[in-house]
Design a protein around this ligand. Structure first.
Ligand code: FES
Length: 163
């Protein structure tokens, strides 16, 4: 009699464990972002298309991103990202005052909303913006920049800028 009870107990425990396992798999599938959502989190930019001294603008997660390949006349900065011996500034193109999109004029980004100015390194040099243009995660893959992934160049940039 006891053997039968043990058998029934083990059987129920096994069925319950399998049921919980399937439930957890189902819940994980429901919580995981869809592949389309995961894909939309990254933006690939081929750096070969950039002109020297003129920022390239792209979008990443609904935000404008400025990528500037610096000219030889532009001074070095801790905000420089060196890729294949070329210097780049990679920042989110939203004014750090109230979020307007600054425009590139005469080697600087100028915000039309309240007159804020950022130099070519993205550093606030005039007006109400309280800090430089923000960085965003990126990774370098050959001649491509993958916006949204945290690569070693990004981590180095943060360390150089105490972030
Ligand atoms: S939003 Fe750019 S200066 Fe105010």
């Amino acid at each position: 009699m006891e053997k039968r009870r043990d058998f029934l107990g083990y059987s129920f425990a096994t069925i319950a464990t399998v049921g919980v396992g399937f439930s957890l798999i189902g819940m994980k599938k429901a919580w995981d972002p869809l592949p389309s959502v995961l894909k939309s989190g990254f933006t690939k930019v081929n750096l070969k298309q950039l002109q020297i001294g003129i920022p390239f603008t792209t979008m990443w997660r609904g935000k404008p991103i400025f990528i500037l390949r610096k000219s030889s006349l532009m001074k070095d900065s801790p905000r420089d990202v060196i890729i294949n011996n070329k210097r780049y500034i990679i920042v989110i193109g939203l004014c750090t005052h109230l979020g307007c999109i600054p425009a590139w004029k005469k080697d600087k980004w100028q915000c039309a909303c309240h007159g804020g100015i950022f130099n070519y390194n993205g550093v606030n040099v005039f007006g109400p913006p309280p800090r430089p243009l923000d960085f965003l995660p990126f990774k370098v893959e050959g001649d491509n920049l993958i916006l949204g992934e945290k690569g070693k160049e990004y981590k180095k940039l943060l360390a150089l800028n105490n972030q």
